[in-house]
Design a protein around this ligand. Structure first.
Ligand code: GLU
Length: 483
């Protein structure tokens, strides 16, 4: 049976403040929202929470969008493409917050507050859940119209304060189950400042209502905002979304992963050539686990299997090594053509002039060693060594060792006959030559690698030979035999 008719379309949002570039912590939130919307055939919204003008950073919106697109997390609605919930920048929606606040005042659910700084400072501070909580006295709650007019004449435009109903608040979190918030933690809070700017919690709720957001998936740091937001949804007669608070991501050194963690900046990962799909895959595992236990998943597979019911509440830790390993796994799954194209911007062509038109051959030789795209140059060095001294030493070692010398001599001769010069034919010729000269495994490959690149280990020798081409490969072997 098609149940889509009875369920509203899933709408999730990613709502960063444009105060800096993306890091893995907020990418994880974007990934969960994006995957969840995709998996339900829903829509993913990008919204900028930019009302804290002093903290906004020029260029940050563009950087965030660029990073999201690099990761393939395309949004259906957002500041650059509009949509039913426009505007998608809070700074462009100031009128909406004003209207919503006034409607709450008219309904008796909020009130103008004329309290001075000094009066507020005298209000009670109570201890709750180990933290000092400031409680509003309720001074302006019951003002008459006459009193309001008098205070307005004396003190100017008031703030608007939400009148918190007298009851405990509980949410049914999709990750944590029922979470209760004691009443004493809440007292009437400001929703609109005298200058017309909304406070954070109010702006979020007004936006989530007008954008018809059905699921709010975000970091556990926002859990403490949720009771206020839930009360606001109710006061605005809107049905609250499903909340899902993801576990905290700890940095490699312990402690909450922060923007300052350089290794976690998306721009850095991009520069390093970490496979973008691996970033999506890796961050999806920061809190969620796939039912199959198989961790390396394509985005398509993630969309098919991701759901909120397998999200756990316990802290998770960002492990930069595992991310790089996973990137290697995604690179291993690319076709040679895709990989060559992905590597092209990273290859230092100026340094590897011998590369010529043979990038695919060289990539074939080194591809199993790549964890990131940027590592390509360090592996190309194995094919095209530049450090003359080490190579000269390595070749002398071969020349002065009878066994090694015999292997290189024999293989060289055998290779003259290989046609066509490809990895398959070369592999066969190496095996034959090895048998003839009585060498296999390291006994066969060490001398060849030393002669070719000066290193004892490295990519598959037949692939190295193929990548170098007949002339260059034979010339290198020859150099090891002649002083
Ligand atoms: N702007 C908030 C942040 O960057 C997100 C708010 C929310 O998800 O409700 O953390």
């Amino acid at each position: 049976m098609d149940s889509s008719a009875s369920h509203p379309l899933v709408r999730t949002r990613f709502a960063p403040s444009p105060t800096g570039a993306l890091h893995l912590g907020n990418v994880r939130v974007a990934v969960f929202n994006w995957l969840f919307a995709r998996s339900k055939g829903g829509r993913f919204i990008l919204r900028f929470e930019d009302t804290d003008v002093e903290r906004n950073q020029a260029g940050s919106e563009e950087a965030i969008m660029e990073d999201l697109l690099w990761l393939g997390l395309e949004w259906n609605e957002g500041p650059d493409r509009g949509g039913e919930g426009a505007p998608y920048r809070q700074s462009e929606a100031l009128e909406r917050y004003g209207e919503a606040a006034r409607s709450l005042v008219e309904a008796g659910k909020a009130f103008p507050c004329y309290c001075t700084e000094e009066e507020l400072a005298r209000d009670r501070t109570v201890e709750s859940s180990g933290a000092a909580v400031h409680r509003y006295s309720g001074r302006c709650r019951g003002l008459t119209e006459v009193e309001r007019r008098r205070l307005e004449a004396e003190r100017g435009v008031p703030a608007i304060r939400f009148q918190v109903p007298d009851a405990e608040v509980a949410i049914d979190d999709a990750v944590r189950g029922e979470v209760r918030f004691p009443q004493e933690d809440l007292s009437d809070f400001v929703i609109l400042r005298p200058d017309g700017r909304p406070t954070y919690n109010f702006a979020v709720v007004v936006d989530d209502v007008r954008m018809a957001v059905t699921h709010v998936i975000r970091g556990s740091g926002h859990l403490s905002n949720t009771p206020k937001q839930l009360l606001l949804f109710r006061a605005l007669s809107a049905s609250p979304p499903t909340f899902a608070h993801l576990p905290t991501v700890l940095g490699p050194e312990g402690g909450r992963l922060s923007k300052r963690e350089g290794s976690a900046a998306v721009a850095e990962l991009r520069k390093e050539g970490v496979h973008p799909e691996a970033v999506v895959n890796y961050t999806s595992l920061l809190g969620w686990s796939p039912p199959s236990g198989e961790e390396v998943l394509t985005v398509e597979e993630l969309i098919r299997t991701m759901d909120l019911d397998r999200v756990g509440a316990s802290d998770t830790m960002y492990d930069p090594e595992k991310l790089r390993w996973m990137s290697g796994q995604h690179i291993a799954r690319m076709s040679l053509e895709e990989l060559v194209e992905a590597l092209r911007p990273f290859v230092d062509f100026g340094r590897f002039t011998q590369l010529g038109g043979n990038l695919p051959g060289a990539v074939e030789a080194i591809r199993t060693r790549l964890r990131t795209f940027a590592e390509v140059n360090e592996h190309l060095c194995l094919l095209y060594p530049e450090s003359g001294v080490e190579l000269v030493d390595a070749r002398r070692t071969v020349r002065e060792d009878d066994g090694m010398r015999a292997v290189v001599e024999h293989v060289s001769r055998r290779l003259q006959e290989v046609d066509p010069w490809d990895a398959k034919q070369l592999g066969q010729a190496l095996r034959d030559a090895g048998k003839e000269v009585g060498a296999k495994g390291p006994g066969l490959f060490h001398p060849l690698r030393l002669a070719l690149s000066g290193e004892r280990s490295g990519p598959d020798v037949s692939k190295v030979l193929a990548a170098l081409g007949r002339e260059e490969a034979l010339a290198r072997l020859q150099k090891a035999l002649e002083a």
